[in-house]
Design a protein around this ligand. Structure first.
Ligand code: ZN
Ligand code: ZN
Ligand code: ZN
Length: 341
């Protein structure tokens, strides 16, 4: 995956949020139409065969466009961008009194931001102009806010595919003898509904199922006796602009992880993954090897301790949010090589 190569953060990228356009495809060439005209049926964007006033042609040239022709009615023109060649509909009034924007260039900006975020831009969301549809590296289509994609591109956060997460939760349950049926009927975000192999259905905190610390209320079975775990936590502290990953090793399920890590109450913590290991020795060795690999081959994902000093009471083993995919792939590899006993 090319994602492991360092990308230059594009903090100077102009925001693409405030440039909503729709695309009309019924014409010979794609036509970008300002979002405020989205109620206009595509069929109305037909040619308006009248001559283009000389003055408009001159203004358009000064503003980086060519008047492709008049369109829809006497108030509108189709402007061809001299940078990208794309067509955008504008009022001639806008052309004369303001700097018209090119819809195709705006779309290219969205595609650039997506690429920097490791995604492929597919199209704008038809219902909400703050959202776009993207294809993730896993192949699934994600719907995300443009603003969020910019934050991912700037490496301030990571993008996670819900469909892959769901699959992971299902697999996690299966390995522990349960079937993940669905969300918590009582509406808690931390619980899911599971069915044990004996047929009994019960609510279980997902974190407990991760650690294997769960007993079937009907048959009493399935308490996990794995002695050691490798875990991945994501930690968010919006007030401090922190979004980190903590990769660790534990001999016992950490019931009070927040407390043990010294995290303030305001921090949000999410146990992303737990790999039960056959022995503490194996878990420790695998975890140490992974830290060494990350430090050696991906030094850009290692967060310097001064960033989280006073927030997390550890000295190392903390990684950047954008290393999520990378670390998950390494955990996949470890899991495949060390199936739970
Ligand atoms: Zn353009
Ligand atoms: Zn996915
Ligand atoms: Zn049972």
């Amino acid at each position: 995956m090319p994602k492991t190569q360092p990308r230059s953060p594009k903090s100077s990228r102009p925001s693409v949020r405030g440039v909503p356009f729709e695309v009309v495809t019924s014409r010979r060439r794609r036509l970008h139409v300002p979002h405020r005209s989205r109620h206009v049926p595509a069929s109305e964007w037909r040619d308006y065969p009248r001559p283009v006033p000389e003055a408009w042609a001159l203004i358009a040239r000064d503003k980086g466009f060519r008047v492709h022709g008049r369109i829809r009615d006497r108030y509108h023109v189709a402007l061809e961008c001299r940078t990208c060649g794309g067509l955008t509909a504008h009022k001639s009034f806008t052309l004369r009194t303001a700097q018209p924007r090119c819809g195709a260039c705006a779309e290219a900006d969205l595609a650039d931001a997506a690429r920097a975020a490791g995604l492929t831009f597919l199209r704008r969301d038809g219902r909400n102009h703050h959202y776009g549809l993207y294809r993730a590296a896993c192949g699934h289509v994600l719907r995300r806010q443009f603003e969020f994609i910019e934050r991912v591109a700037a490496r301030k956060t990571d993008v996670r595919c819900e469909k892959c997460l769901l699959k992971r939760e299902r697999d996690e349950a299966t390995r522990r003898g349960w079937e993940r049926l669905g969300r918590d009927p009582q509406g808690s975000a931390n619980y899911r509904l599971y069915r044990h192999s004996c047929g009994n259905v019960q609510r279980i905190a997902r974190v407990n199922l991760s650690w294997g610390q769960v007993q079937c209320a009907s048959c009493g079975g399935a308490w996990n006796s794995n002695p050691s775990f490798i875990y991945l936590l994501r930690i968010e502290m919006t007030s401090r602009g922190l979004h980190l990953l903590k990769l660790g090793f534990s001999k016992t399920p950490m019931k009070r992880m927040k407390h043990q890590l010294g995290l303030p109450r305001s921090a949000k913590m999410d146990l992303v993954r737990v790999l039960p290991m056959a022995s503490g020795h194996v878990a420790r060795a695998q975890e140490a090897a992974l830290h060494a690999t990350l430090r050696r081959h991906h030094p850009d994902v290692v967060v310097p301790p001064e960033v989280y000093a006073g927030i997390l009471n550890v000295r190392s083993e903390v990684y950047e949010a954008f290393a999520f995919d990378l670390i998950m792939r390494h955990l996949d590899r470890i899991e495949a090589a060390h199936p739970p006993t």
